[in-house]
Design a protein around this ligand. Sequence first.
Ligand code: AP5
Length: 224
Amino acid sequence: MRIVLMGAPGAGKGTQAQRLVEHFGIPQISTGDLLRDAVARGTPLGRKAKAAMDSGALVADEIVLGMIRERLGEPDTARGFILDGFPRNQAQAEALATMLEAIGQPLDAVVLLEVDYDEIVRRISGRRSCPSCGRVFNIHTDSLGTPPRCDRCADHPILVQRRDDQEATVKRRLQVYEEQTRPLAQHYAAQGLLRVVQGDGPVDEVTARLFSVLEGQPSRTAQE
Ligand code: AP5
């Protein structure tokens, strides 16, 4: 199954993508995670991406497309993949279509996770991640102690907040989403690929809604 997960910052794309990975046994490809990893390792690509990420803007298409092209060439994507946070504008959507056409692997579905604005702000303000294992938590919904610590790692490291989760940056990310990414819903609706899922409510309930729109979804072939 080849899926795109769309939604505003904090809508729960990463959280739900993990559930889909476990269920369908296909990899999650998160451009945000790939970029953050490049920044943390100080690679040339990471150095180029850092300023845009810190300001809440999109990283240049050529950087992101290069990463995606490379990742889709890896063997674990042969049975499918979950694209999390990509594509994010019209140019990326068109480039993705061209790439998938070339390898004969069209998308099966594009899922848009819809969440209330106030809930998005609450989720982002409460998001913390483990600097060691990278797992994402939320101080509003998980029992994490003070200071909040990772309960999965043996040495229980203190959880950290993402640099781009500060208020001014979040505002900018939401604006970029409305202007450049949300319009892609129309683009995919016109192709009959869009599935809208309410992302409010407990994580398990959202997962159940997601499965119900994806189960029974026939895998498309290149000819369709
Ligand atoms: P990216 O990392 O993709 O960030 P994003 O799209 O803003 O999404 P988030 O990671 O903030 O949220 P999410 O929807 O995954 O929510 P999560 O599951 O964590 O991108 C970061 C930056 O990289 C961009 O600003 C840009 O600069 C650059 N970039 C990335 N891709 C790019 C591209 N294609 N082109 C150009 N630039 C690109 O959940 C959020 C919190 O809520 C967590 O704490 C979680 O535990 C909690 N939560 C989740 N679900 C629920 C629930 N149902 N109830 C309660 N809490 C919940």
